[in-house]
Design a protein around this ligand. Sequence first.
Ligand code: TXA
Ligand code: MG
Length: 360
Amino acid sequence: MGQRLHIRTKVIVVDPVHPEPTIIERAAKLLSDGEIVVFPTETVYGLGADAFQLAALERIFAAKGRPFSDPLIVHIADESALELLTTTVPEQAERLVQKFWPGPLTLILPRGPRVPRMVTAGLETVAIRMPRHPVALALIRALASPIAAPSANRFMHVSPTTAQHALADLAGRVPLILDAGLCEIGVESTVLDLCSEVPRILRPGGVGLEALRSVLPDVQPPIHRKVVGEREEFVAEKAPGQLLTHYAPTIPLLLFDGTVEAMQASMLAELRRRGMRGERVGVLVADEDMPVFRDSGALIQSLGSANDPAGVAASLFASLRALEETQVQVILCRNFGDQGLGLAIRDRLLKAAGGQVFGQ
Ligand code: TXA
Ligand code: MG
């Protein structure tokens, strides 16, 4: 599969609440002609193609540099589209759909016979989600077909929460990026497997475990993997593409655990050690940590208050990308707990850290 020669990437600003019909039509025309388009969702920007056009799907993988073994999420705008994509809608799914769609929840359901295997990476299941971003919904409706879309970043890079992030990764590889500003949630959707014996979260995301359990009390948390010394534990995983280093920033990131005081102390100690070696260090912290690091010589990036997981999630990926633009050689990062969106934040940080945690 060859990468196309450099194509011109156009960025068009679109109203996030009342998207201009002419702009939506233009993007939908590209999609129906077999092209790929970057569009906003409430979680992160997606790189979309008509889910039923094989050549268009291939372009997604080529543009991202993504292996075909990693399946795609199919985005729909109306529940009736479920019939096209799956054989059965279990009662559990119906209850979740009532409560969380449109929104940041992806359901793994049995694959309908018409769904291309390129979408599901050969699996007999398919990932489906109904986003709530008005631009995404308008685009799916204008195309009159479901849109398969991964996050609009290069493979292994951090997901984009602005059009500029998508442009940085995909310039010359996509004809059009729809720019609706910052994504509201900032981490990807929760992927929930409804094809296993008990419903299990495969990827924590925009809908928290507690919220899912309010509808289905037996929802299981994701199987955690971590690196203990040199060993990686619990490697077996049902979701393909859930690589431990999936969200690797280009600078090494060290994740710290423990009580706030212990965490700050071990971060400061590590900072001093590295400072003495002449390393330039960045710290990713909460507003509450700022006084501790103020005179430490580190480049400080705050994700907001530690008591506001939604705010932390919304600024996480942009902050990681901002640190990549600086001269720092390593990032020391605090943890933000595991309540609500905290679970998704921790998952992304753990992946950025290659599974390694300090201070446990
Ligand atoms: O918020 C989101 O979900 C964003 C926006 C664009 O919708 N999309 C997104 O797509 O994050 P992507 O491709 O970056 O991540 C999709 C995840 C992967 O971890 C993939 O392995 C999993 O969903 N997945 C897709 N189909 C699956 C299937 N049939 N079974 C298990 N996991 C699946
Ligand atoms: Mg992704």
